[in-house]
Design a protein around this ligand. Sequence first.
Ligand code: FES
Length: 165
Amino acid sequence: MSKAAPAEAVERSRLDPEPIPRRDFLGLAATWSALATLAFAALGMLRLPKAAVLPSPSKKFRVSLPESLAPGEPFLAPGRPVVLVRDGLGVYAVSRVCTHLGCIVQPSPAGFDCPCHGSRFAPDGAVLKGPAPKPLQWLAVSSLGAGSYVVDEGAAVPPGTRVKA
Ligand code: FES
């Protein structure tokens, strides 16, 4: 009758790897768990939605004035808060953004009226009636020829600045 020897009593060879002490094993397990957590967190951050910021449209735009535009008649640039006027001295552009609180002014027989608080402006943008504190801004215009112009909404120019028609 043979008896099984207890596990500790088994003789180990010198070539067998050294057993890892329990404390070291737990330390390694904790380290690998932390690394795995960081890796999954990084993967999760990569999947977060990106900022949905759209590039703002260019402040410069091209516009063509119709041949039939009468001198002094305002031409509303399509899709832009800008009015262009051709008179005997040339072409100029005026912003339609009210200097009070930023509403878009509308053409009127006397110039422009603000629908929000009743400011009135002359055709050249001068304030006729408040509460707007300042005249409408004149904008830089350059001619491309053949009735086409480039207006820069981001570039203010002194009132009276015109480009040759
Ligand atoms: S925003 Fe034009 S008058 Fe107030």
